[in-house]
Design a protein around this ligand. Structure first.
Ligand code: GLU
Length: 293
């Protein structure tokens, strides 16, 4: 059951144009489209193209082609994250101004070395739900003077959320409403499990977490329908929504379409690419049947 909202229901499909769509994307796009139709709602498309080094206009055009071929229609204009970098920047600056974000100077190699050293001493280093080690606390505790000197000297840095401070600002329990293929109902968010998440990268603007909540709010998305691989990330999204005073969509994390050997599908895998299936003569109806839809 998809919960009702007072606004016109709005759903979105948000691919990254850094490769070709595969069956997993098709499932997510078709499901969003069908649910939007069923709810007499809107179906929006968003290009998550912040990673300018890997996203190309050719991949974007291929996404439009594949989606049209599947028989999906979406509202225009399509939102591109690359056109909203100012919005993300302003929100980051507000979080910095409130003491909720700090500059993080450690390189990937330094983090790895720090974690390895602690583990050699027998310490169990905390890991996030995706298995990545939490960012060390060193930079969270750095003095304002030292931060300013480093930044003035041109030190490369990201910006990270001070998770402890952020959680301290919450009033009441942090939850979300879930109607997907895993746990359903009122879910207790656990953002602390992620440590000090990155909000702004040193090599690319705005992190996924920061941009996705701002985009969903700007596009007035009422129902976020996406893969179960993003279930736990919702804890971070709910926290950011509360901190920034954004509306709360409901969530539906759907089953993942896996390769025959049980691995996640990849964009480079030929056998499950939509354009390959199309060239091989498969019809959109056959794609739906293949996906049990
Ligand atoms: N761009 C993400 C992906 O391709 C989807 C993010 C989302 O739906 O929140 O996996």
């Amino acid at each position: 059951m998809i919960p009702a909202h007072s606004q016109k229901p709005a759903f979105r499909f948000a691919p990254s144009p850094n490769g070709l769509l595969h069956l997993g994307h098709a499932y997510s796009a078709i499901l969003n489209y069908d649910l939007a139709k069923e709810a007499d709602g809107r179906f929006l498309l968003r290009m998550e193209d912040i990673d300018i080094a890997r996203c190309t206009p050719e991949f974007e055009a291929a996404i439009f082609d594949d989606m049209s071929w599947l028989g999906l229609r979406w509202e225009k204009p399509v939102r591109r994250q690359s056109e909203h970098l100012d919005t993300y920047k302003k929100s980051l600056e507000r979080l910095i101004g409130r003491g909720l974000a700090y500059p993080a100077f450690m390189t990937r190699g330094e983090v790895k070395a720090c974690v390895a050293e602690a583990q050699d001493r027998g310490m169990a280093w905390p890991r996030d739900p995706d298995g990545a080690p939490h960012y060390p606390l060193r930079d969270r505790h750095m003095s304002a003077d030292e931060r300013n000197i480093r930044i003035a000297n041109g030190a490369r840095h990201a910006w990270r959320l001070d998770m402890r401070q952020a959680i301290a600002e919450l009033s009441g329990e942090l939850t979300w409403q879930e109607s997907g293929d895993g746990e359903v109902g009122t879910i207790s968010a656990d953002p602390a499990a992620w440590g000090d998440v990155v909000l702004w990268r040193s090599d690319a603007p705005a992190s996924y977490h920061l941009s996705v909540v701002l985009d969903d709010a700007d596009q007035e998305i009422t129902h976020v329908v996406r893969g179960l691989d993003l279930f736990h990330a919702t804890s971070v999204h709910r926290l950011l929504q509360e901190l920034m005073g954004l509306p709360q969509p409901t969530y539906h994390h759907h089953r993942l379409i896996l390769a025959e050997d049980g691995r996640k599908l990849s964009k480079s895998e030929k056998s499950t690419g939509l354009s390959q299936l199309r060239t091989a003569g498969l019809s959109p109806a056959a794609v739906r049947r293949l996906l049990d839809m």
